[in-house]
Design a protein around this ligand. Structure first.
Ligand SMILES: Cc1cc2nc3c(=O)[nH]c(=O)nc-3n(C[C@H](O)[C@H](O)[C@H](O)COP(=O)(O)OP(=O)(O)OC[C@H]3O[C@@H](n4cnc5c(N)ncnc54)[C@H](O)[C@@H]3O)c2cc1C
Length: 327
C-alpha cells in the first residue's frame, strides 16, 4: 500500500490568507484543490510538500458567472462535474464541454477542479511510477535523478503535458487570473505553459489561479478530440483543440492547438493561417490537417507508438474540423 507522507494541512478562510501562507512557507507549500492528482503524486513521492493549503473552502474560487454573450468567468475551484453540467457553457463552448467531460472518471470529476486540471503535473512513463520502481532505474531528471530516460542526451525534461482543458483554453484565448501576496495579474492561457517538463508552468509557486475568463461566443465554434487507450477513462496521448470564428460561411479566424504531444500545449499556426479567410471546404480541411501533422512531435514517454500518435494528429484534426462545418 502506498501511504501519504506527513504534511501540515491548513484551511485558509480567505484568498488573502491563502496567499499569505503560500508566500510565507515558500516552495515547501502547495495549493490543494480536489487532490485527485496531487495526492497520488505525493504517495509516489513526486511531490512532498511540508504544507498543503486547501483552496476548497474559498467561495471566491467556485462557480460559473457570466453568459455566452458577455463571456463566462469560471472559478478555478469549480469542479469538473459542475462545468460539465452547466448547460449554458455546453451550448456556448462544446469543445470545452468535450474536453472537460473526457477528464478522468465521474467520481474524480466530482472532486477535481478546473484550476487543478490547468496546473496538472506533466507525465512520463519513467516518472509516474512508485518510489521503488523509480529508485531501481536511479530515478529520472524530473524527480530525484539526473537523466531523462526518454532521451538520455536531453538537457531538459520531456515529460508530457496531459491536461485536457489546457489546449482547449489556449484555443479559446482564455485569460487566467493569478493572485499572490505580491499582487494580481491576468495572462493569456497560452502564456502559462512552458516547454519544460519540470518547470511546466510560468507562474510562481505561490501564485493561486483564481479564475478563467472566456471571451464572448460571437461566432466562434469549437471542437475537441482526444486519443487515449481506454475510452472509459485515460489521460490523453493526443488532444486536438480547435476554435474557428465564422462570418457567414467564411472562417474569419482560426486557432488550432495540440495537447499531450509535448511538454506544453502547442499551436499549429500554419494550419490555422491556412484556414482563415476561406470557407471550410474539404480541401481547406485536408490542407489544415496536413499542416497540423508536422507540429506534433510526440516522444516515447506515454502510451501508444509515437508514429501512430503523430499520424492521429492529422486524422483527429480533420475529424474535429469536419464537425465544425455543421456545428
Ligand atoms: C485515474 C485518473 C485518471 C485521470 N485522467 C485524467 C484525464 O483523462 N485528463 C486530465 O486532464 N486529467 C486526468 N487526471 C488528473 C486529475 O484528476 C485532473 O487533472 C483534475 O482536474 C485535477 O484537479 P484537482 O482539483 O484534483 O487538482 P489537485 O490534485 O488538487 O492539484 C493538481 C495541481 O494543481 C495545483 N493547483 C490546484 N489548484 C490550483 C490553483 N487554483 N492555483 C494554483 N495551483 C493549483 C496543485 O498544487 C497541484 O500541483 C486523472 C487522474 C486520475 C487519478
Amino acid at each position: 500500500m502506498m501511504r501519504l507522507p506527513r504534511f501540515n494541512y491548513v484551511e485558509p478562510r480567505s484568498l488573502r490568507e491563502a496567499a499569505r501562507i503560500l508566500a510565507g512557507e515558500g516552495p515547501s507549500a502547495m495549493p490543494l484543490a480536489g487532490g485527485t492528482d496531487l495526492f497520488p503524486n505525493m504517495k509516489r513521492r513526486h511531490q512532498v510538500p511540508k504544507t498543503l493549503v486547501a483552496l476548497g473552502g474559498l467561495p471566491r474560487l467556485a462557480g460559473v458567472r457570466g453568459s455566452a454573450g458577455r463571456g463566462f468567468s469560471l472559478g478555478a475551484g469549480t469542479t469538473l462535474t459542475a462545468l460539465q453540467e452547466h448547460a449554458g457553457l455546453r451550448k456556448a463552448w462544446p469543445g470545452l464541454h468535450e474536453a472537460v467531460k473526457s477528464i478522468s472518471t465521474p467520481i474524480l470529476r466530482n472532486m477535481g477542479t478546473l484550476g487543478g486540471n490547468i496546473c496538472l503535473d506533466t507525465r512520463c512513463n519513467y516518472y509516474n511510477q512508485n518510489y521503488e520502481w523509480r529508485r531501481a532505474i536511479h530515478f529520472c531528471m524530473k524527480c530525484d535523478g539526473d537523466t531523462c530516460w526518454v532521451a538520455p542526451g536531453s538537457d531538459t525534461c520531456l515529460a508530457v503535458s496531459s491536461s485536457d482543458s489546457a489546449p482547449m483554453l489556449c484555443a479559446l484565448d482564455a485569460r487566467l487570473h493569478l493572485v499572490s501576496q505580491a499582487g494580481e495579474r491576468t495572462i493569456p492561457a497560452r502564456e502559462l505553459f512552458a516547454r519544460d517538463g519540470i518547470k511546466y508552468l510560468t507562474k510562481a509557486p505561490d501564485e493561486i489561479l483564481t479564475r478563467v475568463d472566456l471571451p464572448p461566443v460571437d461566432g466562434w465554434r469549437t471542437a475537441y478530440r482526444k486519443l487515449r487507450r481506454r475510452e472509459a477513462f485515460d489521460f490523453p496521448v493526443l488532444g486536438v483543440a480547435i476554435a474557428l470564428r465564422f462570418e457567414k460561411d467564411v472562417v474569419a479566424e482560426a486557432r488550432v492547438w495540440l495537447g499531450a504531444v509535448a511538454e506544453a500545449p502547442i499551436e499549429a499556426m500554419e494550419a490555422a493561417r491556412n484556414l482563415a479567410g476561406r470557407p471550410l471546404t474539404d480541401d481547406a480541411i485536408e490542407e489544415a490537417s496536413r499542416l497540423a501533422f508536422p507540429v506534433a512531435k510526440p516522444v516515447d514517454n506515454t502510451d501508444f507508438g509515437v508514429r501512430w500518435r503523430k499520424e492521429m494528429s492529422r486524422i483527429m484534426t480533420r475529424d474535429a474540423l469536419r464537425s465544425l462545418r455543421s456545428a
